[in-house]
Design a protein around this ligand. Structure first.
Ligand SMILES: Nc1ncnc2c1ncn2[C@@H]1O[C@H](COP(=O)(O)OP(=O)(O)OP(=O)(O)O)[C@@H](O)[C@H]1O
Ligand SMILES: [Mg+2]
Length: 367
């Protein structure tokens, strides 16, 4: 019997694990899923900043989540990850992987001595030199990946694989109604945003942006001089797209912290201004990314955008993204690939969109 593995997502707002039943004829079943929140700053932009805090959260994740396996598939993804198209002569994946340092130097002319390299095959073709394999080269910073592996090992767990978070997300779409055509899957987290664009489930493009929902919280904290929990609460009441401010707020002249704190209309004006400025930057990057992809592959333009991640819960964000890209945007269904047990009998099961990445990582061993 194959040993089960746990998909492990170390996100900026929490650590999450997902354990699935072994692969069978039917969809794998979600056996266990759990999350332990992390304090702000312990993990930032895909990197573990405070290993001791994350280590103790991982121990609690296992003791409270009741996972049966200590083998984990660990997610990785920060702005240092490079993903490029690469075509190599046809050979086994093992040989391709061995030849990657050479391929990177000769074909891509890149110096990546401090990187871990991997290859994700996507299609085959016949070139001048014979049969070729097309795919994506992935280069991740060795220091970051090994650092994360270390933290996980010190928590008593065994990382059996490390996978790129955007690939884990793509796995959630590999079958089912979400797969058809060219789809951009965007995960807006707390401090990172991952984008993967796939055609019929085959990934073509990956980008990781070091921005997320926490940037808006931080800007509200600084701009309105309020505490972190007040900013988080306020953020959840704001609505993007409501640019038209009422008459009262238009008459507000002074936006200094003192006037803002004394005048609700001024605070409303200021928070709306911060909302539009910070979210505008992120949405602008997303639009530019989709436009870049569409310009490089005009035969396969993005037909749909699917959103995951806590940052995508910001009110009005999907409507605004649809408006500026002219592409339909909806929430991805992370559970299309698994069957769910009776949640009433399993109180430890954490079933909401926040486990999407951990679920995609766990699926790596179930497909
Ligand atoms: N209802 C909501 N409205 C607006 N923002 C929300 C809402 N719920 C959660 N968020 C935001 O979602 C973000 C966290 O998302 P998520 O849990 O996907 O991040 P993470 O996986 O922990 O972080 P990362 O992927 O960046 O490492 C936070 O910025 C949080 O404020
Ligand atoms: Mg995340």
């Amino acid at each position: 019997m194959a040993t089960s593995v746990v998909g492990l997502d170390i996100g900026s707002t929490g650590v999450r694990g997902v354990e699935l039943s072994a692969k069978g004829k039917n969809k794998p079943m979600l056996l266990r899923s759990y999350e332990i929140p992390l304090p702000p700053g312990a993990v930032m932009r895909g990197e573990i900043v405070h290993p001791e805090i994350v280590g103790s959260a991982l121990k609690r994740l296992w003791s409270q989540g009741g996972f049966k396996s200590k083998n984990v598939v660990l997610g990785t993804g920060n702005q240092g990850v490079i993903v490029r198209d690469l075509t190599v002569p046809k050979m086994s994946l093992k040989h391709i992987r061995e030849s990657l340092p050479f391929q990177v130097q000769t074909t891509l002319q890149m110096q990546l001595t401090d990187s871990l390299l991997d290859f994700y095959p996507t299609s085959e073709s016949v070139g001048e030199q014979g049969p070729m394999i097309n795919g994506l080269l992935i280069a991740a910073e060795k220091k970051e990946v090994l650092g994360n592996v270390n933290v996980v090992e010190r928590a008593g767990l065994t990382p059996v694989e490390v996978d790129l978070i955007p690939f884990a997300l793509n796995r959630l779409l590999i079958s089912g109604p979400q797969i058809g055509g060219t789809v951009a899957l965007i995960d807006i987290g707390g401090t990172t945003t991952s984008i993967i664009i796939s055609s019929n489930g085959v990934p073509w493009f990956v980008r990781i942006i070091p921005t997320g929902g926490d940037d808006l919280t931080q800007a509200l904290i600084e701009g309105l001089e309020i505490g972190a929990s007040a900013a988080e609460e306020l953020k959840r009441t704001l609505k993007l797209g409501s640019a038209e401010m009422d008459e009262d707020s238009k008459t507000v002249k002074c936006k200094c912290a003192k006037c803002v704190s004394e005048d609700p209309a001024a605070e409303n004006f200021r928070s709306t201004e911060i909302l539009h400025s910070i979210s505008g930057e992120l949405l602008g990057s997303l639009r530019n990314t989709v436009n870049y992809f569409n310009n490089t592959r005009p035969q396969d333009p993005v037909q749909r955008i699917l959103l995951t991640g806590g940052g995508s819960l910001l009110s009005g964000i999907s409507e605004t993204l649809a408006e500026i890209t002219h592409i339909p945007v909806s929430a991805a269904d992370p559970f299309a690939m698994v069957s769910l047990p009776n949640q009433k009998t399993n109180k430890r099961l954490h079933v909401d969109g926040s486990i999407a990445v951990a679920l995609g990582l766990a699926l790596r061993s179930s497909l």
